[in-house]
Design a protein around this ligand. Structure first.
Ligand code: HPA
Length: 260
């Protein structure tokens, strides 16, 4: 059975408008996920929702148990994941409140549990990660944005940093030289782990501040929260339009009782 999950990031610890049928605490070989999996309906579509930072939002990006999150989703039958990520804008088009559908990633994180392929191996596995996001899901998100007349940036390189501190101006300059357009702390290892599990994964990013050194303003939580609040309405609109029109073959009703 195909199932669709939304992983909500900063500003999206609970999905307003979701009709909740069930929620379930999961235990995985990698520990506990960030929060209970919520099974419900959103925009007429059965979905699973997971709050990446917990609900309430208390888990910082470097302490998210990404392996448990992805494992819990997979073992509950999820096959498609739409991740929502808050990011800083590096290149000129990536202004606050812009929505970006990234197509590439550079991973600057360190010491995170970033693979399922390391224990009790009989063979060594290297997954293809040339194109880190699902082309099909990206296409559907971009089409839904166009249909809803939401102005999105339809490509961009996501630079994943360790956090929780923000970057220095020199770090952002280096990331720009590397070709990063946006910077965030949660894009990896999430996308890589999804690929290792064979999950179809794409990200919708909301720019919530100019990255370090890209504006004269100090980056404060008030600035971030202001842009988050303003931009999240657009994200909700986009998710609604996307789910209303989504046709992924075999995307059936979610049955939480069938899960582990
Ligand atoms: N840097 C890293 N992660 C972020 C930022 C940023 O400027 N804004 C939101 N998430």
């Amino acid at each position: 059975m195909n199932k669709l999950a939304i992983i909500g990031g900063t500003g999206l610890s609970a999905l307003a408008g979701v009709t909740i049928d069930d929620s379930k605490a999961c235990h995985t070989p990698y520990g506990e996920p960030s929060a209970k999996l919520v099974f419900g309906n959103f925009a007429g579509r059965p979905i699973v929702f997971l709050a990446r930072h917990g609900n309430p939002h208390v888990i910082p990006p470097h302490q998210v148990n990404y392996r448990a999150n992805l494992w819990a989703l997979k073992s509950n039958g999820v096959e498609h994941i739409i991740a929502v990520n808050a990011v800083g804008g590096i290149t000129a088009a990536m202004a606050p409140e812009r929505i970006v559908i990234p197509d590439q990633i550079i991973d600057y994180t360190w010491s995170r549990q970033h693979t399922f392929f390391e224990d009790d191996l009989k063979t060594v596995t290297h997954v293809d990660f040339t194109h880190p996001y699902s082309a099909l899901l990206r296409q559907k998100i971009i089409a839904a944005a166009a249909a809803a007349r939401i102005d999105t940036v339809n490509r961009g390189t996501y630079g994943a940093t360790q956090g929780p501190r923000l970057e220095t101006a020199a770090e952002i300059d280096r990331m720009q030289r590397d070709s990063c357009d946006i910077v965030g702390m949660t894009g990896m290892p999430e996308a890589g782990l999804a690929r290792e599990l064979g999950l179809d994964y794409a990200s919708i990013c909301l720019v919530v501040n100019w990255a370090a050194g890209k504006s004269t303003e100090e980056i404060t939580m008030a600035i971030i929260e202001g842009h988050l609040k303003a931009g999240m309405n657009q994200i909700m609109l986009l998710l609604t339009r996307l789910l209303e029109n989504l046709e992924i073959s075999g995307l059936n009703a979610i049955d939480s009782s069938s899960a582990n």
